[in-house]
Design a protein around this ligand. Structure first.
Ligand SMILES: NC(=O)C1=CN([C@@H]2O[C@H](COP(=O)(O)OP(=O)(O)OC[C@H]3O[C@@H](n4cnc5c(N)ncnc54)[C@H](O)[C@@H]3O)[C@@H](O)[C@H]2O)C=CC1
Ligand SMILES: O=C(O)C(=O)Cc1ccc(O)cc1
Length: 367
């Protein structure tokens, strides 16, 4: 059977990761296009693509599938560019953008009947950008949303899913509006708030120069996403601005109510507010990995001495227990620090806990 030919346009974090997965798992010929020369050079040198092209309009005629791994605004322009190409066979075209309504609106305006457009959003990522951060395992167990256009049949959707099967993500179909509302709530809006919390701390640093040194634990956790790519998030906010504006309005109302609870010393109501949030948060991600990864965490006390972290990792590796993530929390000179270990499964976490405790480590396991 002839190799399936795939064109990936935009080989950054997401496009590069998809190209890597497809290259490793399918019998495909991958053509790559990116406006950044260094990205193309890296993709060729590392076998992420089989061939680079310099013209999208020529390359699109030679492929079966096109994956658009570009920012939202660029993606819409490229879709229009491909729409004008005269094709002699049908192609499946998909994107990876974080907002779906504006992409699907552009898709509905395509006039080329050879283009079968299936919107896509792999809901996993990182604060990094660019091909150097691309990873084969990025989408494992993540939700991968598909928003097919009416002209795509089940066969087309299955063909795309099959190409992306090795991502090991969980495919779900959503309509663009519900997608944007949900991602607005759990991804886009939290990003705005995280950035605003960082701004607040920065302003207070004028009064208390010691603030950055105190910014540990909770502040770092809640503002982690503020370290992501600003241009990408501006693009996301812009394309989801109606939903974001509505969420911001609701947030302001809720903050005004909270302010009253505080000022009027409504202690019982405040406990109840916090308790309800805790219960909902504790129940999240118990079963699946959604946008909030359901990693299974352990906290291990470690002394601040060379080799301490390596010895924790080696202890687990010797028993073939894999770790998904590792983070050092609050390690200061000559003090015990805490290592947060994230395991991919609950069994891994419990086994890891038992083995480390047996070795004499002080381990805290959250219920
Ligand atoms: N970063 C993340 O965590 C996630 C991002 N997304 C979506 O993925 C898309 C890409 O984001 P990332 O991969 O993070 O960005 P990135 O910045 O890592 O990659 C974008 C790539 O597109 C290239 N590019 C830009 N304009 C182009 C054009 N006109 N033609 C060809 N190439 C062009 C850039 O040179 C870069 O290599 C965005 O639409 C974003 O909403 C989706 C899920 C997660
Ligand atoms: O939202 C987040 O929390 C992330 O850390 C990664 C991410 C960013 C953008 C997306 O469209 C999907 C996932």
């Amino acid at each position: 059977m002839a190799k399936q030919r795939v064109l990936v346009i935009g080989l950054g974090l997401i496009g590069g990761s998809l190209a890597k997965v497809i290259a490793q798992s399918n019998n495909c010929h991958i053509i790559g296009y990116d406006t950044d020369d260094k990205t193309i050079e890296f993709a060729c040198m590392n076998g992420i693509i089989d061939e680079a092209c310099t013209s999208i309009t020529d390359a699109v005629k030679q492929v079966d599938v096109v994956i658009l791994g570009t920012p939202i605004s660029e993606t819409i322009t490229i879709m229009q560019q491909i729409d004008a190409v005269s094709l002699d066979h049908p192609i499946i075209m998909t994107d990876v953008c974080s907002v779906k309504s504006s992409i699907m609106m552009a898709a509905r305006q395509l006039t080329n009947d050879k283009i079968i457009f299936i919107g896509g959003h792999p809901m996993a990522g990182s604060h990094k950008k660019g091909i150097m951060a691309a990873k084969v395992h990025l989408f494992e167990n993540a939700i991968y949303v598909l928003t097919p256009l009416v002209n795509s049949t089940n066969t087309h959707v299955e063909k795309l899913k099959n190409l992306l099967k090795a991502t090991k993500s969980n495919f779900i179909m959503l309509n663009p509006n519900e997608h944007d509302e949900m991602t607005g709530v759990i991804s886009h809006f939290p990003h705005l708030i995280a950035s605003s919390l960082v701004h607040q701390a920065k302003k207070w640093e004028h009064t208390h120069t010691f603030i950055p040194k105190l910014a540990a634990g909770g502040f770092r956790d809640i503002t982690r996403i503020a370290s992501s790519n600003p241009e990408m998030w501006q693009d996301i906010f812009y394309h989801n601005r109606n939903k974001m504006s509505k969420l911001l309005g609701e947030w302001i109302t809720e903050m005004t109510e909270l302010k009253l609870l505080l000022e009027q010393n409504e202690t019982k109501q405040m406990v109840s507010y916090l308790q309800q949030a805790k219960e909902y948060r504790d129940g999240l991600g118990k079963e699946d990995k959604g946008a909030i990864p359901s990693f299974h965490d352990l906290y291990v006390d470690i002394p601040d001495q060379s080799g301490a972290i390596a010895s924790v990792v080696q202890t687990l590796a010797a028993k073939s227990i894999s770790i998904k993530n590792i983070e050092i929390l609050e390690i200061r000179d000559s003090m015990t620090g805490v290592l947060r270990l994230s395991f991919p499964t609950e069994t891994g976490r419990l086994d890891g806990c038992r083995i480390l405790q047996k070795k004499g480590y002080d381990v805290i396991i959250d219920e």
